[in-house]
Design a protein around this ligand. Structure first.
Ligand SMILES: Cc1cc2nc3c(=O)[nH]c(=O)nc-3n(C[C@H](O)[C@H](O)[C@H](O)COP(=O)(O)OP(=O)(O)OC[C@H]3O[C@@H](n4cnc5c(N)ncnc54)[C@H](O)[C@@H]3O)c2cc1C
Length: 434
């Protein structure tokens, strides 16, 4: 079957790889000059099943209210006159109810664990190098109340299949000696030994090269303008996709099936063909520092829960990422937020990096209210979805690509997950599409 994948981030590239492996003829289209140039470019680089607890949880509404209007708040909602943002916000509040949160955690753990295993297999098969470290992820807490609240979440996640263990300060320092300098600030933590870290950009671009060598065609510098739909109801199908070529010409490409992997920009393309997805951009920041004192820098990937930051060692660089701003599609840097990241990292590891020359970046997380992505079939027969991976697109990327390739090939993926448009015992309102 001829399949066109729209988008060459981690999700589109992984989809293309597995579709090719399944025997399909695959073309990938992206407006950028290469793979992983937008949200999959400089993220936190954690493969973190241990982050399965979504932002939508019972404690979120109060925290968000407290942070309203604070320029350096970890999570900042800027109200806009934009219907999607308000509708998304209402759905988010519903997902904060305890029953919803537990169910969302279950879904996220299922796809994230499957994905971590798929990434490990892909790494062994292809030999791709991407500054990866398999030393686990350690969440640390400097606030007693936050730590006490985390014990229940860790317990719930363990019951649901994520091996996240609460540990003492001494154990934390044994696992990551670089934390010794802030021993007096630590109150406790938890450790997920099976989690990993690694450079998402290096991985995705290497996978794209391997896919190209295996006959996947990549059309870069190509803007997608429109999906062309014919027929209606059960007979509706996508007959082609309209693009603008690097030479500025309009063209229509045809295929048997189309996969939407456009991250935060999936919504705009789908609306005109009658598909409404609940995906809104959550702008996040990262800072990358050159490490000047390698023996004092952490090698275990860390999560600073109080400040909502993650830290990953990538060779001789330290990547620190996090924070979220709900403010439309703008990617401009807010220097107050950048400075807050550097201030906190310097406080944690004072003499470890060159903090005077950071590289700052922003990206738009494609967030669903529940943080459970849309993977599966749309209501249009030959149009498939792989989008809305929010805070965990790198963690869920390989598994989402592999599962999607199974679905396009007419098979049920071997994991217990609510795939969009596929049979499942429960109905999930925020992920149903109208
Ligand atoms: C600060 C930050 C930290 C993060 N940390 C982590 C982490 O530690 N671990 C983790 O698992 N996840 C993390 N994430 C989330 C993760 O980065 C995303 O979920 C993931 O990158 C989304 O991938 P994607 O392929 O869906 O989107 P993208 O990478 O954005 O890919 C979408 C592609 O579609 C293309 N496109 C869009 N519109 C068009 C158009 N009209 N025409 C042509 N091309 C188009 C874009 O060019 C882009 O290449 C983080 C995100 C941020 C912002």
């Amino acid at each position: 079957m001829k399949v066109i994948v729209l988008g060459a981030g981690i999700i589109g590239t992984a989809s293309a790889w597995y579709l090719n492996q399944a025997g399909h003829e695959v073309t990938v289209i992206d407006r950028q000059p290469g793979a992983a140039q937008e949200t999959s470019f400089a993220n936190g680089c954690q493969i973190s099943v241990s982050h399965a607890e979504p932002w939508a949880n019972p404690s979120a509404p109060l925290k968000i209210l407290k942070w309203l209007g604070k320029e350096d708040a970890p999570l900042l909602y800027r109200f806009r006159s934009e219907w999607l943002q308000w509708k998304w916000g209402m759905n988010f509040l519903r997902e904060c109810m305890p029953g919803h949160t537990a169910d969302n955690i279950r879904q996220i753990i299922a796809i994230a664990k499957y994905s971590r295993k798929s990434l490990q297999a892909l790494r062994a098969e292809t030999g791709i190098e991407y500054d990866h470290l398999t030393r686990g992820i350690l969440h640390f807490y400097t606030d007693q109340e936050e730590f006490d609240a985390s014990l229940d979440a860790a317990q719930l996640m363990s019951e649901l299949g994520c091996e996240r263990k609460s540990i003492s300060v001494d154990e934390m320092i044994r696992i990551e000696p670089a934390l010794d300098g802030i021993r007096h600030k630590l109150v406790g933590g938890d450790f997920t030994e099976a989690d990993e870290s690694g450079d998402v950009y290096k991985f995705t671009t290497a996978l794209a090269s391997k896919a190209a060598a295996a006959s996947v065609e990549f059309q870069f510098n190509t803007t997608i303008t429109r999906l062309l739909k014919e027929g209606s109801g059960a007979a509706a199908k996508i007959s082609g996709v309209e693009i603008i070529t690097p030479q500025g010409r309009h063209q229509t490409l045809h295929a048997d099936a189309f996969v939407i992997a456009l991250g935060s920009f999936s919504v705009q393309l789908l609306q005109p063909v009658g598909i409404d997805l609940m995906v809104y951009p959550g702008k996040g920041y990262s800072a990358t520092y050159t490490i000047t004192n390698p023996t004092a820098a952490p090698t275990v990937s860390l999560t600073d829960d109080g400040h909502k930051l993650v830290l990953s060692r990538l060779g001789n660089r330290l990547r620190v990422a996090g924070t979220c701003e709900f403010n439309g599609y703008t990617r401009e840097l807010n220097m107050t937020r950048c400075a807050a990241i550097t201030r906190r990292t310097r406080e944690l590891f004072p003499d470890v990096c060159d903090y005077d020359n950071p590289t700052y970046w922003t990206g738009l997380r494609p967030l669903t209210p529940s943080n459970v992505p849309y993977i599966g079939k749309s209501k249009i027969g030959n149009l498939f979805l792989n989008t809305g991976h929010g805070t965990l697109g790198w963690t869920m990327g390989c598994g989402s690509g592999r599962a999607l390739a199974e679905i396009v090939s007419g098979r049920q993926p071997e994991l217990d997950f609510k795939f969009t448009g596929m049979p499942y015992p429960f109905n999930h309102p925020s992920r149903s599409i109208s």
